[in-house]
Design a protein around this ligand. Structure first.
Ligand code: 4FV
Length: 234
């Protein structure tokens, strides 16, 4: 699954430029029994299979390079993955991601081998591979040089804890749907204030939880209040 996902686009370019290296390891190669068994029936009975601890420990200990290397298990019961964790990972020289399958991984892995468990969302997937790709893609974008225009990474959603402001491009009039005039004013300060207000508005409307986490400047408060007043007038 990994080569196909990372064979194109920004991540593939980053790998070509040596900014990032993604190594995929098959757990079966670390299973010592003749059938290279990596999973078994859950103790206590129940449907499904569970990943055995031995191949996982052997694989991680073989590839982590140093005990300092962070090891993450992708699982629905993990810490919610977000931009902050993506930035944290981008700052590390090496990260090991464990992808489970079936009902999950023997709990002794989580209790004794991993730095932390990570979840990409409150739903159950068939495997940890897709979450691992999400994590790699999001973290890689914070590696200097991976996303060409550094500026765009600095100013995007979540960079300052807010959702992104609306973006527009040509045509100026699409089926009568026009673009806000301020964007043609050439007044960069005015455009910057408009974008800030729009980002604040959208965040209050769609993700009030994010706004609650922020200590807003008096200017931001004023922008939000203005919007509220306008809305009340409507
Ligand atoms: C998952 C998630 C996830 C659970 C059992 C793989 C599956 C199977 N991982 N965020 N949501 N994992 O659903 O990270 O092992």
């Amino acid at each position: 699954m990994f080569p196909s996902v990372f064979s194109g686009g920004i991540i593939a370019k980053a790998v070509r430029h040596g900014l990032l290296d993604v190594q995929v390891h098959n757990l079966r190669d670390y299973a010592t029994d003749k059938h290279q068994q990596v999973d078994d029936r859950p103790f206590g009975g129940e449907e499904g299979m569970v990943f055995k601890p031995e191949p996982v420990f052997a694989a991680v200990e073989a590839v982590r390079g140093s005990a300092e290397t962070a090891v993450y298990l992708l699982s629905p019961s993990g810490r919610r993955f977000d931009d902050c964790l993506a930035r944290e990972m981008a700052g590390r020289p090496r990260v090991v991601l464990i992808c489970g399958r079936y009902e999950g991984v023997d709990e002794r892995v989580s209790g004794n081998l991993v730095t932390d468990e990570i979840s990409i969302g409150d739903y159950v997937l068939t495997g940890g591979e897709l979450p691992a790709m999400v994590v790699i893609d999001a973290a890689a974008r914070h590696i200097p040089g991976v996303v060409g225009k550094e500026g765009s990474v600095r100013k995007e959603s979540f960079a300052d804890g807010l959702l992104d402001y609306p973006q527009y491009t040509r045509p100026r009039d699409f089926r009568g749907l026009t673009v806000p005039e301020v964007l043609f004013s050439g007044d960069h300060k005015k455009i910057e204030v408009w974008r800030r207000r729009k980002a604040l508005e959208k965040t209050r409307r769609r993700r009030p939880d994010l706004l609650a986490r922020l200590s807003l400047s008096p200017e931001d408060r004023m922008l939000l209040d203005e919007t509220q007043e306008e809305r009340n007038e409507q």
